[in-house]
Design a binder for this molecule. Structure first.
Ligand SMILES: [Zn+2]
Length: 241
């Protein structure tokens, strides 16, 4: 890897701001994509560098997501399905009494049908490899539960008729929970021109650092960060509706 990032001392990591952490994590995704979408071999220092940046971004996302969940009184099945399926769509329907998503169901009127779909996955796949010393028990991740019971049967769907508030909050919550999954997809798409230009026949020749530079020069990382901040703003506003 290029740059002076490897020279950072542990206490300096805690001073990394959100834009820097975000950029470092996108850099990791480029390494991951260039390594055939699997965890790349990294030195101890590089693993630490990427992992701490990932945790900094994940904490911001998780805290807003947890607040949204805490204020939403959703039934367990709905919450599990929100976390399980990476695709979300909502369509307006003729009003029917009751909301299938929350404990206020009797007092609500459903005006949307929410469809959750896609192949369940583990968010751990998108986390940089970490060395044992950073494996805090609090990060030992409940996400494996997301794929529990999935025996590789592939895509399924779940549908709920929900009220307006549950639709609005669940859409935000879902976008937060699956943010890394969709971010990896956006980075993947942004890399397509560069990958084909450099001759995709021999991907082993591709230098991830060059790919990162290309994304930076094209303003892709700035644009992704702008979209990320806008998601955080929309999600915070979701509490008050
Ligand atoms: Zn509801």
């Amino acid at each position: 890897m290029r740059g002076g990032a490897m020279a950072l001392m542990p206490e300096e990591f805690s001073q990394l701001d959100l834009p820097t952490s975000f950029k470092i994590y996108v850099q990791y995704l480029v390494y991951w994509i260039a390594n055939d979408r699997s965890k790349p071999e990294l030195s101890h220092d590089n693993a630490r560098y990427f992992y701490l940046a990932y945790i900094a971004v994940a904490r911001v996302i998780d805290s807003i997501e947890q607040s949204l969940v805490a204020s939403s009184a959703w039934v367990d099945g709905f919450r599990v399905d929100l976390n399980r399926f990476p695709e979300y769509s909502a369509t307006g329907i003729a009003s029917v009494p009751g909301c299938e998503a929350c404990h206020f169901r009797q007092n609500r009127t459903a005006t949307f049908c929410v469809t959750l779909s896609g192949t369940p996955y583990s968010r751990l796949e998108l986390a940089p490899p970490r060395s044992v010393e950073y494996l805090a028990s609090s990060e030992a991740d409940c996400d494996t539960a997301d794929v529990a019971g999935d025996d590789g049967a592939g895509s399924m769907t779940a549908m709920y008729k929900v009220g307006r508030t549950c639709k609005q909050r669940s859409e935000l919550c879902h976008e937060l929970h699956h943010y890394f999954y969709h971010l990896a997809h956006y980075v993947d798409i942004a890399l397509l021109p560069a990958l084909s230009k450099e001759g995709a026949n021999d991907q082993s020749d591709l230098n991830p650092d060059d790919l990162v530079s290309t994304l930076e020069e094209e303003g892709v990382i700035d644009r992704l960060f702008h979209d990320f901040k806008s998601l955080l703003t929309r999600a915070k506003a979701g509490f008050t509706t």
